[in-house]
Design a protein around this ligand. Structure first.
Ligand code: ACO
Length: 335
């Protein structure tokens, strides 16, 4: 049995924040940000916008391109680290799309590796579970967890959503092959947004305190990152994971038509491309417009590349995600 990508879509918030805008709130400048990261703008959720709304819009566009009705979707995977409900956001997307068959819908949390893990999961559900139409959505709103006084992190992130429809097909049409995935919890110290027990819940008064109860209300702290360590990690593991996926797919570096990495830093993208000997004009990047949109970055860049005609049917894409966890992984796709 095979599975292939048959549609894609994306959505971003309206508010655009430039490097010059950020220079008004932290001690930074356009020259430093552009040279060190390649980022010039990012989009940030405001007003009535929601991450769920962006995810729904991206999913609708992917369904439209695939010419698949919401009722025919039998699995929705929402790859996000910033759900708008503690219990997960995927069922709300199922509701908003109007999928009447009550398809299975759940969240996958693997930070900036989330979308690639979602693709791999879709492939497993199709090949092993008989699922036919799987929506894989990458959506994040890290702007809600950024410390806007920390110039080392606030310049990097933006919000957005992207989606693909992965569909069951005959094995000769297979378009999703060669996966490789890893995690290293030890690296969590370099990149995290841990739980924070902030306000005391004293609703039960002294009777509660006597029992040492109830626990405090919790929230999450802002993103803390050792950029240098994360940078070093990314440029070392990403070429390795792509080589591993290529080997599993029985392909070579020269078979890569497009290199599409998680959009975190242009220097990481360039470094990996150099190591894999992929020429610059075969590298997809939209980092300058959107910054690091976490799980959304790969499907957002894929959608733009497909709709602009850059990526053509039958071409081979090597994709890789990396980020908090630490997690990293890759997949080889045929569009
Ligand atoms: N503007 C101006 N100066 C700055 C800024 C800024 N925004 N940020 C830091 N600096 C200064 C530092 O204070 C330092 O000054 P000093 O030399 O006087 O001490 C100098 O610039 C160099 O700082 P570094 O941190 O060494 O800069 P570096 O070249 O490493 O770039 C960056 C920092 C862009 C964060 C880079 O390390 C990076 O991209 N790391 C990877 C991040 C990443 O990919 N994360 C992905 C995962 S995200 C996820 O999973 C949620």
């Amino acid at each position: 049995k095979g599975c292939k990508l048959v549609g894609c879509g994306s959505a971003v918030p309206h508010l655009q924040i430039s490097n010059d805008d950020l220079a008004k709130i932290v001690d930074t400048n356009d020259e430093w940000i552009s040279a060190r990261t390649g980022i010039r703008n990012r989009r940030i959720l405001t007003g009535n916008e929601s991450m769920t709304g962006l995810a729904v819009e991206a999913a609708q566009k992917a369904l439209e391109m695939a010419q698949v009705k919401p009722d025919d979707v039998d699995l929705i995977l929402l790859c996000t680290s910033t759900p708008e409900d503690l219990f997960g956001g995927a069922p709300q997307i199922q509701k908003a799309l109007g999928c009447k068959g009550n398809p299975l819908a759940f969240d996958i949390t693997a930070a900036c590796s989330g979308f690639v893990l979602g693709l791999v999961s879709a492939s497993c559900y199709i090949r092993g579970g008989g699922f036919k139409n799987v929506l894989v959505i990458g959506a994040d709103s890290l702007s809600r967890y950024v410390d806007w006084t920390d110039r080392g992190t606030c310049i990097l992130f933006g919000d957005g959503a992207g989606a693909v429809l992965v569909q069951a097909c005959d094995s000769e049409e297979d378009g999703l092959f060669g996966f490789d995935f890893h995690s290293d919890g030890d690296g969590n110290r370099h990149l995290n947004a841990g739980i924070k027990e902030s306000t005391t819940n004293d609703a039960l008064g002294t009777n509660g305190s006597a029992l040492g109860f109830p626990p405090n209300h919790s929230s999450f702290s802002c993103i803390k990152m050792n950029g240098t360590e994360v940078f070093r990690f990314a440029v070392s593991v990403v070429p390795q994971t792509i080589e591993a996926s290529l080997a599993k797919a029985g392909l070579n570096r020269s078979d890569i038509d497009w290199l599409l990495l998680h959009q975190a830093n242009q220097r990481i993208i360039d470094g990996v491309a150099t190591r894999l000997e992929v020429p610059k004009d075969r590298v997809i990047s939209n980092l300058a417009k959107y910054g690091n949109t976490s799980a959304a970055s790969i499907p957002l860049a894929l959608d733009e590349a497909v709709r602009s005609g850059k990526v053509k049917q039958g071409q081979t894409i090597a994709t890789a995600g990396f980020g908090a966890g630490l997690t990293w992984g890759s997949a080889i796709l045929r569009w």
